[in-house]
Design a protein around this ligand. Structure first.
Ligand code: KG4
Ligand code: ZN
Length: 344
């Protein structure tokens, strides 16, 4: 069983070690947070507390299993909003204690990074691009618990940039899917927006400059945000700029990955933003140019879900990793504890 409560999805799944997803229940809190234009931590925590027991029950019922059929219970233990993380983790510990099951504390980003092994059965090592509301990073994944971060954002995460840009354009929350939708009706070459970090030798990201450029454009007197065509053109131009930057950064990350792992031949993308089609197409081209295959989970397994947590639990159990009930929730939990934080 995998339990995910680190942000605004209350999610529980039952996954078998032969990669069958027996159930995958997700309750989104979108409607509760929408009036505020973002996730409100206290509302999220209360909602997880209220709904988690029912979601756990329905995940068991959907899968047709009982607690006693499980081999272990995994829960996201960080990074994330501490209220939600604590609730999911305590639920997992309680179930494990009462039903004498193994307990596994999962790093949310590791769960995203391992998902392409659940969906596409790819081999280690591979290069993962993790792009979500809170993170933008390249990780060389050599095995469970064996990660090296190659680069990360020095300011905003890419999902945050999508969300903030959408808000500037008056598009509904969450911004990523709104931008993608309306961008399909726009011309991405209308506005020449900046490509922060493009051409730099490392694999880091920066998105705050791009967001600011959209703000300036939106505030210009001759920009009419009441005209749907204008909004569509700005959204499309923003999306292209973001995809362009990601492609440039990915080329550098692939170079380093190929030097580090001679047997590595796969680029994967995971996290909520990896469900963006423009980004996926651009990544596929970038990978192909470098002779790598590109793999991304289906969109529903890119955004937060319980199956990725259950699968990360299976991966960790398979290499003999499990946790004790002393494991404390971690609001911050870098995948690579040794990584030097970026400037900014
Ligand atoms: O992984 P995720 O579900 O939650 C976090 O761990 O953050 O990612 C959520 C983020 C949000 O910023 C959302 O706007 C973005 O992923 N997102 C998208 C798309 N779908 C979700 N961004 C761009 N295009 C999409 N289609
Ligand atoms: Zn996530």
């Amino acid at each position: 069983m995998g339990i995910e409560t680190s942000c605004d999805e209350t999610a529980v799944a039952i996954v078998a070690d032969d990669r069958r997803i027996l159930s995958n229940r997700i309750l989104s809190q979108l409607d509760e947070h929408r009036p505020y234009g973002g996730v409100v931590p206290e509302i999220a925590a209360r909602s997880h507390l209220q709904h988690l027991p029912g979601i756990i029950r329905s995940a068991l019922d959907n899968a047709g299993v009982k607690f006693s059929d499980l081999d272990g219970v995994a829960a996201t233990a960080g990074p994330g909003l501490i209220g939600g993380v604590t609730i999911g983790l305590m639920a997992a510990k309680s179930i494990a204690l009462v039903h004498k099951l193994r307990f596994i504390a999962i790093n949310h980003m590791e769960a995203h990074a391992l998902t392409p092994r659940l969906t596409n059965n790819i081999a280690f090592p591979y290069l993962a691009l993790l792009v979500s509301g809170g993170h933008s990073q390249f990780v060389a994944v050599a095995g469970p618990n064996r990660h090296t971060i190659y680069g990360a954002t020095i300011d905003d995460a890419i999902g945050e940039a999508f969300d903030k840009t959408a808000a500037l354009l008056g598009l509904p929350y969450p911004g990523g899917p709104s931008i993608e939708n309306i961008a399909s009706e726009g011309d991405p070459l209308t506005y020449r927006l900046p490509r922060p970090m493009k051409g730099r030798p490392n694999c880091d990201f920066s998105f705050s400059g791009l967001k600011t450029a959209v703000r300036r454009l939106a505030e210009k007197p001759d920009t009419d945000l009441d005209a749907p065509a204008t909004v569509a053109n700005i959204a499309a131009s923003f999306q292209l700029a973001a995809a362009d930057v990601v492609s440039d950064r990915t080329t550098n990350a692939i170079q380093r990955f190929k030097a580090d792992y001679l047997d590595g031949n796969t680029l994967v993308a995971a996290g909520g933003v990896a469900s963006n089609f423009t980004l996926r197409v651009s990544l596929e081209e970038t990978a192909a140019k470098a002779g790598l295959q590109f793999v991304a989970p289906p969109p529903a397994l890119c955004t937060d879900n319980g199956a990725m947590v259950a699968w990360a639990g299976i991966e960790r159990l398979n290499v003999g990793l499990q946790d004790t009930f002393a494991f404390a929730p971690r609001p911050r939990w870098p995948l690579d504890e040794l990584v030097v934080p970026g400037q900014g």
